[in-house]
Write a protein that binds this ligand. Structure first.
Ligand code: GLC
Length: 713
């Protein structure tokens, strides 16, 4: 890898260890450079078969060719195909082709990636600055470029194990009673669940770090009561601080000059949920320390997880924008002869006064060791630095504890200390399909702990869509059902009985697979290799390059979600070897069948999902629990199609920070001899593994099931 430095960039914090050698303002091999007054443009000639991947949370597919993308974090509730930016910016791409290249442009302002949009064979990257770092990889395995990028940017965030459980969220749980009722409903109906969310409804007048005492009296007792029942409560945290005298967060921020300002140094004002607010300046360490400390108000009441929202930062409007609109509206009203075209322009102005670029250009920040800087140039760091405030705080004060933290906005590097969710999607089938690609794309840039709002956030969800989304969710590390106020409720019992029963089975499947899914998460994080991969990551067949609606989870699973309405089956391509097909209805029914490589049309009615286990690899399952930290089952089932030898490594950490401290390992090797199997078992830190019995359900090439029992000594 080579590092090129242009101008004098600020330290974005994306990279944890800077290479010692910088090449200053040099030509980047393979990229033609053009410098204009405000931009630097890099052009790369794409070969016909080059595949371009990366960019993390973005629209489009896994192969990013043919489109334009812009890194400029945006609060964007309409994820329609025309959108060029979403909530996160990860300006890193990998070109897989005759010569593999990777390029990471460490610049947290706007970058335009035109990937064969204007000219089908040209990749053109326009960086809207002259101050940035470029990291370049060339002529190594393209998969290794992803790993090297993750090493460079500090690896992968690992949340606590309970955060892999099912989570229920909705904007509009009005009070403590309604949350408690939701929790009891899960237990009554026997649906596993680990977390319930508090959206902005819990705050007093939407003031961050406050609690409405009437609707949430005795918050500490409330947290404890839920915890006793195995639920974590996860409050939302928004950055906008209400301008209200006497409100402690506002007063402290004002006194200490902790807020972003305008060009004249006056605290910048923006309207968000609470009304007029100031925005904390997270580019400054003192501000981050202060903000990190504010979470203590919740931590000391027993809260162990948070979701940071609205941190692009979202701006509903500023007084400046409002005045402009009012002025134009008044002019229009006063002027009878207004043309249609003027009205359209006015309509457009009203629509676009949210999150206006002009507003971002008028915000100023005061980072450590650097001069005042216009927010526009470091815009994409805002959410990442907000999450850093939390992460630094807990690492300092709770060095051994792991908290759940995920954010809406992100930047390269923040994947090492926080997860993300994919923002305000809709209850649309298209968004279910999009979330398959998003899972792959976000995993490729290290956001293993990420996921879409299951069931869709905006719009009204239907039962079938929810079920298909839950099925995909089993393999999404963040497994959260979330919906917006005024939409149809999408808690699992809000539909018919059949839907409830199917959804219970799906969630129980997730919990039964949890030891394995979690173990794989840890293992892939330790290797800095994406956990969820496109098929072509490890299967070189030309055909795999075309498949973006199937994915690989870790070492052994291929997942082919159904994402179309009224579908009772789907086409699946299986690469390379034989696969064990599990048409799962419930975790208990583990009747599987051997399929050969190639194309298959497979039945998949609504109560089933398609899971494939790769030949000569194994997976592990156990009886599902109500919640992750419940008393542990003592039997582990190991299953797979073993025709020669297969091994499995189940990692069980102690839930502490760092994740790999005191790891217990169960390692199994299985060797096939015709109709019999030889099994070897090894353990590390045996006393920390919960299982006493191992039940092997092994299939041979003919699909015959052979069951073996072993005691775990
Ligand atoms: C934003 C978030 C959404 C949340 C809502 C209200 O739209 O993305 O998840 O429910 O704000 O807080």
């Amino acid at each position: 890898m080579k590092l090129f430095r242009f101008g004098s960039p600020i330290d974005t914090g994306a990279v944890t260890e800077k290479p010692l050698k910088y090449l200053q303002n040099e030509e980047i091999h393979g990229f033609r450079q053009k410098k204009t007054k405000n931009f630097l443009i890099l052009r790369y000639h794409l070969e016909k078969d080059d595949v371009v991947m990366g960019l993390g949370e973005q629209m489009g597919g896994v192969n990013k060719r043919g489109r334009k993308y812009i890194t400029y974090n945006t609060d964007i509730p309409e994820h329609t195909p025309d959108k060029l930016s979403l909530y996160g910016s990860h300006p890193f791409i990998v070109i897989k082709g005759r010569s593999n290249s990777g390029i990471f442009i460490d610049y947290p302002g706007e970058i335009i990636f035109d990937i064969g949009f204007t000219d089908i064979d040209i990749l053109e990257i326009t960086i809207t600055s002259h101050d940035f770092d470029v990291y370049l990889w060339q002529n190594i395995r393209w998969q290794d470029i992803f790993t090297s990028y993750l090493e460079l940017t500090g690896g992968v965030y690992i949340p606590p194990k309970w955060a892999f459980g099912y989570q229920q969220c909705r904007w509009s749980y009005p009070d403590a009673n309604s949350v408690t009722e939701i929790a009891s409903k899960f237990r009554q109906l026997g649906i596993p669940c680990d977390a319930i969310y508090l959206d902005i409804d819990y705050m007093q007048d939407y003031k961050v770090f406050t609690i409405n005492k009437e609707r949430f009296p005795d918050f500490g007792k409330f947290v404890k009561k839920l915890a006793d029942d195995g639920f974590h409560l996860i409050p939302i945290i928004d950055p906008g601080v209400k301008i209200e005298s006497g409100y402690h967060v506002y007063e402290e921020g004002k006194k200490n000059k902790y807020f972003c300002t305008d060009a004249k140094g006056i605290n910048f004002e923006a309207t968000v949920w609470p009304g007029l607010t100031h925005l904390p300046d997270f580019s400054n360490e003192a501000v981050r320390t202060w903000w990190g400390n504010l979470y203590e108000e919740f931590i000391k009441l027993g809260i162990e997880g948070f979701w940071n929202d609205m941190n692009e930062p979202a701006i509903f409007y500023t007084n400046y924008q409002k005045a402009e609109v009012y002025k134009n509206l008044k002019e229009a009203a006063d002027n009878d002869k207004i043309e249609d075209i003027d009205l359209i322009a006015l309509q457009w102005q009203i629509r676009n006064f949210h999150n206006s670029r002009e507003d971002y250009q008028s915000i100023y920040q005061h980072p450590d060791n650097s001069e005042t800087i216009c927010h526009d140039q470091i815009h994409n760091l805002y959410g990442a630095q907000m999450a850093l405030a939390f992460s630094d705080h807990v690492q300092k004060h709770y060095p051994e504890k792991r908290f759940l933290i995920f954010s809406r906005s992100s930047y390269s590097g923040s994947q090492r200390y926080a997860g993300i969710w994919y923002g305000d999607n809709k209850s649309w089938w298209q968004h279910l399909e999009m979330s398959i690609k998003m899972l792959i794309n976000c995993n490729l840039v290290g956001y293993f702990y990420s996921g879409a709002d299951i069931g869709g956030f905006g719009d009204h969800c239907q039962a079938e869509l929810l079920l298909r989304w839950l099925q995909l969710g089993v393999f999404s590390p963040l497994f959260r059902n979330h919906s917006a106020i005024h939409t149809r409720h999408q808690e699992l019992w809000e539909f018919d009985k059949k839907t409830l029963n199917i959804s219970r089975n799906i969630i129980r499947l997730r919990y039964s697979l949890l030891p394995w899914l979690y173990s794989q998460f840890l293992e892939y994080a330790s290797m800095n290799v994406p956990l969820i991969q496109p098929l072509f990551w490890s299967f070189e067949e030309e055909r795999c390059q075309q498949i973006e609606d199937e994915f690989i989870y870790g070492t052994s699973l291929l997942i082919a979600p159904v994402y179309q309405p009224n579908a009772t089956g789907r086409n699946v391509y299986l690469p390379d070897c034989n696969w064990l097909l599990w048409q799962v209805r419930s975790w208990e029914e583990r009747k599987m069948q051997v399929l050969t490589a190639g194309d298959h049309y497979l039945d998949c009615p609504l109560d089933r999902q398609l899971v494939f286990i790769k030949e000569n690899s194994l997976i592990a399952l156990q009886e599902p629990e109500d919640h992750v930290d419940q008393i542990k089952p003592d039997t582990l089932f190991i299953t797979g199609l073993v025709t020669s030898t297969a091994s499995i490594k189940v990692l069980a950490d102690q839930g502490k920070y760092p994740a790999f401290a005191g790891m217990a390992v169960l390692e199994i090797n299985v060797e096939c001899f015709g109709n019999d199997y030889n099994i070897k078992i090894k353990t590390v830190n045996r006393e920390l593994l919960q299982w006493q019995n191992l039940i092997f359900e092994l299939y041979n090439e003919q699909g015959k099931l052979i069951v073996k029992h072993r005691k775990l000594l």
